[in-house]
Design a protein around this ligand. Structure first.
Ligand code: CR6
Length: 684
């Protein structure tokens, strides 16, 4: 309807604040209240975008109550709490997730209907929060969801990047990157915490006190200010926090005279750039000074905050028992990026709290755990000692001492995945086979899959202009573009398929299974080969899709701007997905599990080489793409033969049925028991 129509509808609904509204009429009133009295737009109107903000604010009302209650509850019970430190979070859109977790989906759909909207129309207005690159970032977000769902006292810490991962535009020359402005208007989900601010130092020097203790002084000091994002759990009232830090200059550092003089690039302004951008590399080496600053900024702010909370929860005792710290705090480091937390905790305990090395080291060891996410040595970040000594002189003293003392002790570190090659053994599924053969389930299953494929086809048409057939086999590869992930092999396979189809007679073609190959992913802006692969996929698609002889049997689509909400459309519509990284190169891979859960069959590398860690052999194989291609095509042929509807559906049902183990709830439950040793702390 027109703006005037919308306003007319609104006039019939009284704007009444009702933060805990549960029934549709009261929710509609609360949404209208926000449209009126939390104005972000003038003049007052109710176009989809405004309706989104008003709806989100109404949902936030519900979240804030639970979020406050959860905090007070944790404060009172004072359980051991986990802090997950990550440089990346791929949150995607929050509205659908929030209404689902609060179990108000139907009520909201109904309320919006009264306001003249469909819920889906409103949720689509939200921008993706893409504060991450790929699997590692999405894993962090899944973990936050699971920690809340399991009622675990556990918080995330990260950075509030002004610009998240770039938006990928496809042009004639291939990928173009443009800034994704997720904060362009504002995010309705963040709560600025003007009461939570910590100083962060860079550069300077180390001073030795008369008693021999050391103190880091001088240099530059900036402020870390907290923004909290409420994280609701599923079927629980517990609502945890993702605390994102933003860099701010201190007021006293603004030199107004210089500024009036036209020197706008003063040091104070440069500080505020620390959180300007997410480094858009996915497991790529990046040794930039600014990135090191970002990493230290996250570690220092988070640890100061954790220590402050530990002291607040002493329960009236004025003596701090530091030995209790590890029984109240577990810190999990998401890859090497936040590992400066180790020397930083040592520094805070020794220099600020006056502990000796041995006690501080014991506490640090019992508090901090680390997860490794890559097997690529070139992806490990490195900085020269010169840079490190300059930026973090006190930390370098501590790092050298750690190196000296623990060089010969073997520390245990966990990887992201256990090889589970035999997990799909038939006997595991014996319980489910009955259901897979049940007469009604397969038909319902197929129609659900077809509906998802239809939605995906609509989406592809909308973003690429190419129409694809929902009855063709949907074969998908979506992930960051990397040579080791071998999108190149996939597209070579597609070219081979195209050539074969061209050679066939029309009768022969009709006997083949029509297929739509979809490839999507972002290439790191300076990674030339990855960008060439993107261009190749879209160019091959342009030839194949316009070839009237074969294009009803084969379509090749490059899906632009792959992100969390695009994945939400692609994965449910998939029937076959590609996880064909060079053996020995992929630490784990995570989207494979999402595909399997959605009844998609996966084709993947048998990674026994990783077991034997025969690195030499791996190197050799990665050079012989052609040999691997032949094997790959062999696999692809076999899976075409399996394209007997009945058989496929059964495999699809078994695939979903066997996916339980790969729930992040299970993973987090295990982390909580085995590593963090924390208990659930549900709101009464
Ligand atoms: N790129 C790994 O490469 C793994 C995820 C999550 C990655 C990938 O195999 O599934 O982490 N590693 O553990 C890094 O980002 C360093 C990734 O996302």
């Amino acid at each position: 309807g027109s703006t005037t129509d919308r306003i007319k509808i609104l006039e019939k609904i009284p704007p009444v604040a009702n933060p805990q509204a549960k029934d549709p009429a009261a929710i509609a009133s609360n949404i209208n209240y926000h449209a009126h009295y939390s104005p972000h737009f003038s003049p007052y109107k109710f176009e989809p975008e405004q309706a989104f903000y008003a709806t989100a604010e109404s949902v936030r009302d519900q979240l804030i109550k639970q979020w406050n209650d959860t905090y007070s509850h944790y404060h009172k019970v004072n359980p051991k709490q986990t802090y997950y430190l990550s440089m990346e979070y791929l949150q995607g859109r929050a509205l659908t997730n929030a209404v689902g977790n609060l179990d108000v989906q139907d009520a909201y759909a109904n309320a919006l209907k009264q306001l003249g909207y469909a819920l889906e129309e409103i949720t689509e207005q939200e921008k993706d929060a893409a504060l991450g690159n790929g699997g590692l970032g999405r894993l962090a977000s899944c973990f936050l969801d699971s920690m809340a769902t399991l009622s675990l006292p556990a918080w995330g810490y990260g950075l509030r990047y002004r610009y998240g991962l770039f938006k990928q535009l496809m042009t004639k020359t291939g990928q173009e990157e443009i800034a994704e402005d997720w904060l362009e208007k504002f995010s309705p989900w963040e709560i600025p915490r003007h009461d939570v601010v910590f100083p962060i130092r860079f550069f300077g020097q180390v001073e030795i006190n008369p008693n021999g203790s050391r103190k880091w002084i001088g240099g530059e000091v900036i402020q870390a200010a907290a923004y909290d994002v409420p994280i609701p759990g599923y079927k629980t009232k517990d609502t945890n926090s993702l605390r994102l830090w933003e860099a701010k200059a201190r007021a006293e550092d603004f030199n107004l005279f210089e500024f009036n003089d036209g020197k706008y690039e003063s040091a104070a302004l440069l500080h505020s750039r620390i959180c300007a951008v997410l480094y858009p590399g996915d497991a790529t080496e990046d040794g930039k000074l600014l990135r090191l600053k970002q990493q230290y900024f996250l570690c220092s702010a988070s640890l100061q905050d954790i220590i402050t909370r530990f002291k607040e929860r002493l329960g009236g005792r004025d003596k701090i028992l530091w030995s209790e710290f590890p029984s109240k705090v577990a810190v999990q480091l998401n890859d090497t990026h936040p590992t400066l937390s180790i020397p930083e905790l040592m520094r805070l305990l020794m220099d600020d709290e006056g502990l000796g090395w041995d006690e501080a080291w014991d506490i640090t060891n019992r508090t901090i755990a680390y997860t490794n996410h890559t097997v690529l040595p070139e992806a490990l970040e490195k900085w020269s000692q010169t840079v490190m000594w300059k930026l973090l002189p006190r930390h370098m003293e501590i790092i050298e001492e750690i190196d000296k003392r623990v060089r010969y002790t073997l520390n245990l570190v966990n990887g992201v995945a256990q090889l589970h090659s035999d997990i799909l053994k038939a006997e595991l599924f014996s319980d489910y086979v009955k259901f897979a053969d049940n007469s009604e389930l397969p038909a319902e299953w197929e129609s659900a899959k077809l509906a998802s494929k239809q939605q995906l086809a609509n989406y592809v048409l909308q973003v690429t202009g190419v129409s694809i057939d929902p009855n063709s086999l949907f074969d998908i590869q979506i992930k960051r573009i990397h040579e080791y992930k071998r999108q190149l092999m996939n597209i070579m396979g597609a070219v081979y398929r195209y050539k074969k189809l061209k050679e066939m007679s029309p009768e022969e073609r009709k006997k083949t299974t029509p297929r739509t190959i979809m490839i999507g992913g972002k290439a790191f802006a300076t990674y030339t080969n990855a960008k060439r692969i993107v261009k190749l996929v879209s160019d091959v698609g342009a030839v194949v899709n316009t070839d009237p002889e074969v294009n009803s049997f084969l379509k090749i689509i490059f899906v632009p701007n792959y992100n969390v909400s695009v994945a939400e459309v692609l994965i449910p519509g998939s029937e076959l997905s590609q996880h064909i990284s060079t053996a020995g190169m992929e630490a784990s891979g995570t989207s494979n599990m999402k595909f399997a859960l959605n009844g998609c069959l996966i084709i993947g590398t048998l990674d026994e080489l990783m077991l034997k860690s025969e690195k030499k052999l791996v190197k050799k194989i990665s050079l012989f793409l052609v040999q691997q291609l032949t094997k790959f095509l062999g696999c692809v042929k076999k899976e075409s033969k399996d394209w007997d509807r009945k058989k496929w559906t059964k495999m699809s049902i078994l695939s979903t049925a066997g996916s339980g183990k790969f729930s992040s709830d299970r993973t987090i439950g295990q982390y909580a028991n085995e590593i963090w040793k924390i208990d659930e702390c549900p709101l009464p």
